[in-house]
Design a protein around this ligand. Sequence first.
Ligand code: ACO
Length: 325
Amino acid sequence: MKYAKIQGTGSCAPDNVLSNEDLEKIIDTSDEWITTRTGIKQRRIVDKGKYTSDLAMEACIRALDDANMPASELDGIILGTISPDFIFPSTACILQSQLGCGNIMAFDLLAGCSGFQYALHVGNGMICSGQSKNLLIVGAEVLSRIMDYEDRSTCILFGDGAGAVVLTQSDEPGVMSSILNSDGDNWEMLYMPGGGSRIPATEESVKNRDHYLKMNGRDVFKVAVKSLETSSVAAVEKANLKPDDIDLFVPHQANLRIIDAVRKRLDMPEEKVYINLDKYGNTSSASVPIALDEAVKAGRAKEGDIILTAAFGAGFTWGASIFKL
Ligand code: ACO
């Protein structure tokens, strides 16, 4: 039996900080409102001329370095994103070229904020089945380019960043369980109307602000709590573990109130939950791998620890995984 194991982690966030105080100057909001409703204090924003592939590239280089693996040993790149450089070609192909690996498989995967969770699941399946040995699993976003900075209900939430893991074949676990779900019934609650085949880019679509993310936050909140809880519980059970066995919970960093509600439902102490949304806001697909990398580098997640990750996003999509570091 072969397993997939995380051999290295890396992340990258732009230097530019957009604080709650900065947002107070451009929209009708306050640091107090944002902090109490979300827990977010600031987010990072890329410079002009920098793209999702640039952030992803840096995160991948760091993950490969951490894994002590040259890019030439990779046999695939799977990148979760909702803000690719282009709709096509995939941002994963741009990475393939820049990383200097061979002509390996490379593709983007679109699953809202669950992009990394989905990519990890697919990568795990490919490694366990023997189709791949060494994969880069990436979550990368430049959400500032699809944010409407006139919409105070969304622009305060999101930021830019990238995270990556090197997933490699191993005789020991590794990934112990992975659960994915979707429900497209309410896709309009969280989407970007423009840029696809329904509303292609026209002068009118730009005027209608169709190329920005739209969200019904209140309804999304309720679905998020429920789905994060059910998938986390399912992943723990599938791994034949008990919640107590989890050393660290690394949830999608969307909103502190969502994380806290899920933590209470899982009956987990605060110190077992990794939170960094105060610094980065919601970086969608990048949020779990950035948090995981930070937790590893800070010594909060160590070799042999059992980690639970869970994410939720547009679609809706959601999922959770358990792995041993
Ligand atoms: N500043 C000040 N007031 C605001 C702001 C703001 N930035 N935004 C909204 N308000 C106002 C609203 O207009 C409303 O005023 P009203 O009562 O006079 O109508 C009031 O605050 C309350 O608004 P709600 O939307 O009910 O606020 P809520 O407590 O639900 O918090 C929030 C909003 C933070 C968006 C929350 O609903 C949330 O986090 N939802 C989940 C969102 C999420 O996690 N999305 C990520 C999914 S992942 C992906 O795939 C991208």
